[in-house]
Ligand binder design. Structure first.
Ligand SMILES: Nc1nc2c(c(=O)[nH]1)N[C@H]1C(S)=C(S)[C@@H](COP(=O)(O)O)O[C@H]1N2
Ligand SMILES: [Mo]
Length: 421
């Protein structure tokens, strides 16, 4: 499907709100096309994502089974049972936007795209996509991307923001180059302490002076194994909503460090203070506080490594299973600081634990498959709990950990219901 109706073909609708108007026009365009040519437009999974010229609304139609959190900006999470595969396919990959999906991405148009590397470097670089592909070793890694606010819905008192339950996480296969290789090519000065990432997604207000989000990472993390600049997700050009044509992936850190629609990496001689780096955004109190406590801004520290976590992806919660027969329970485990050391499940509210098998990691910062057979001894209602342990011996807690004003970093054990019949 290459034919499309341009904005110019559609009647201009005058509203005060430019962002809304823009989306309305684009939607009208696609819908009208189907009507004009009297054919149906394929709305199946990847097809739409890779088709050219989608609207922001079409993105949800190209996803499968996701739960919408908000449509402006577009945010949607994935039910646990749809995250069962080792590599999360496009249609099941969660969506998190702080601003609008830029037009060039919706059109999959990378013409003239450049990435600027500047700031505390010996030689600032301006790299085209072709430069990136030719000048550096190309690598492919499976990396977990998890929103810092995943699990926010379980904080009490509640924290404002998207009420993510367990599904703001996915593990895709990213192809691109090591961030360290690119930064080394520019020559990292001793004065560089932090990266600052910029993309070109418009701010919700439509104000071109404002960034939707601009976060970064300590230079040591940017230079470390795993951190990359990617142009492919699961072997295809990165789809519109996931950052076409280029994104950073800083695995193990909150997803917000992984800038989409990447245009610039600025090396700074101080901690980056871009949009959503300061105040209460992606920050937690420097000391333990009672739930609901107000914390002065200066006592908030940047959320860095995400805690050890796991998710039961099979069976689906609420599944019935025959009493006295072994049933496989499986899912994934991951940790912001690297590999997971152990995985256990419980069918008696954490009183006893059953050791699960844990597959070794294909590469650092991927998620690892766990499996355990559980046998429900008598008819009735059970909960299956899952608990991952990281390399430092740190386990997922059975309850929501440390309350914080914006509800970040909830790595409480995941639970599903199982009914023995
Ligand atoms: N340019 C840009 N990059 C961004 C964001 C954004 O709004 N704009 N959101 C961030 C956040 S908060 C998360 S959790 C991840 C989500 O990535 P995804 O939408 O591909 O799942 O992208 C990050 N990168
Ligand atoms: Mo996020």
């Amino acid at each position: 499907m290459t034919d499309k109706i341009s904005k110019d073909d559609v009647i201009d609708i005058d509203t005060a709100d430019e962002p809304v108007r823009r989306t309305f026009l684009k939607t009208t365009g696609l819908t009208a096309l189907g009507a004009y040519v009297g054919m149906s437009i394929p709305f199946e999974g990847n097809l739409m994502a890779l088709a050219q010229g989608m609207s922001e609304e079409d993105i949800m139609a190209s996803k499968d089974g996701l739960i919408l959190m908000s449509d402006r900006p577009l945010n949607a999470e994935t039910p646990a049972h749809l995250l069962d595969s080792d590599v999360t396919p496009y249609e099941h990959f969660f969506v998190r936007n702080n601003g609008l999906v830029p037009d060039h991405a919706l059109d999959m148009d990378a013409e003239g795209w450049t990435l600027t590397i500047d700031g505390e470097v010996d030689t600032p670089l301006e790299l085209s996509l072709a430069n990136l592909k030719e000048q550096f070793e190309v690598i492919t890694q499976r990396l977990v991307l998890e929103c810092g606010g995943n699990g926010r819905a379980y904080y009490n008192p509640g924290a404002s923001g998207n009420q993510w339950t367990t599904g703001a996480v996915g593990c895709a296969e990213w192809t691109g180059v090591r961030l360290s290789d690119v930064l080394n090519a520019a020559g990292v000065k001793d004065s560089a302490v932090y990266t600052a990432h910029y993309g070109n997604d418009p701010h919700l207000s439509g104000d071109p002076e404002k960034d939707a989000i601009s976060r970064g990472a300590p230079i040591e993390k940017a230079m470390a194994e795993g951190s990359m600049i990617a142009w492919e997700m699961n072997g295809e050009p990165i789809p519109a909503v996931h950052g076409f044509p280029l994104r950073v992936v800083i695995p193990g850190y909150p997803g917000s460090a992984s800038q989409k629609f990447l245009t610039r990496i600025w090396l700074r001689d101080q901690v980056h203070d871009g949009a959503k780096m300061t105040g209460y955004s992606y920050r937690v109190p420097a000391y333990p506080i009672a739930p609901g406590t107000e914390v002065p801004e200066e006592d908030m520290v940047i959320l860095t490594e995400m805690p050890v976590k796991s998710l039961i992806t099979y069976p689906q919660s609420g599944t019935q299973t025959p009493t006295g027969q072994a049933t496989e329970v499986r899912g994934h485990a991951w940790a912001g600081n690297g590999d997971v050391a152990a995985m256990d499940v419980s069918i008696d509210f954490g009183q006893t634990w059953i050791k699960a098998t844990l597959e070794s990691a294909k590469n650092k910062f991927t998620w690892q498959r766990f499996r355990a057979d559980v046998t429900l001894p008598q008819a009735g209602y059970y909960e299956v709990w899952a608990r991952a342990t990281d390399l430092n011996g740190v386990e997922q807690p059975p309850v929501v950990p440390g309350w914080n004003p914006r509800g970040y970093g909830n790595n409480m054990q995941h639970r599903i219901a199982m009914i023995a019949t």
